[in-house]
Design a protein around this ligand. Structure first.
Ligand code: ZN
Ligand code: ZN
Ligand code: ZN
Length: 101
């Protein structure tokens, strides 16, 4: 039950683990399976954003910024009430909503 070589006419093809070898033309044929270890459908762990001030890690950059503002008081500080905000934009919103500026 020799397999026919696709490169030459020989039927002297030997199967081995991951492919076959033709004794007629000395060619190796490697079988590429879909579930090789390098397959790309292995879900990588989502990259987390670490807090530079404690050991916490966050899924989103915004979560980290919120944490920095809430816990470590790092961000944009309101000059009126001292509230710390994540971004310049949220500080502006804060000014408008809280202090009617
Ligand atoms: Zn061959
Ligand atoms: Zn932290
Ligand atoms: Zn304020």
């Amino acid at each position: 039950m020799g397999k026919h070589c696709k490169y030459c006419d020989s039927q002297d093809v030997v199967d081995y683990g991951y492919g076959s070898f033709c004794r007629g033309c000395n060619r190796k044929t490697t079988i590429v399976t879909k579930d090789t270890p390098n397959a790309k459908n292995v879900n990588p762990l989502p990259k987390r954003v670490p807090c530079p001030h404690c050991s916490k890690k966050f899924l989103k950059q915004l979560d980290q910024k919120n944490h920095l503002a809430m816990v470590h008081k790092i961000g944009y500080t309101c000059s009126i009430c001292g509230f710390v905000l994540v971004s310049e934009k949220s500080l502006k919103n804060h000014m408008e909503w809280k202090h009617n500026l």
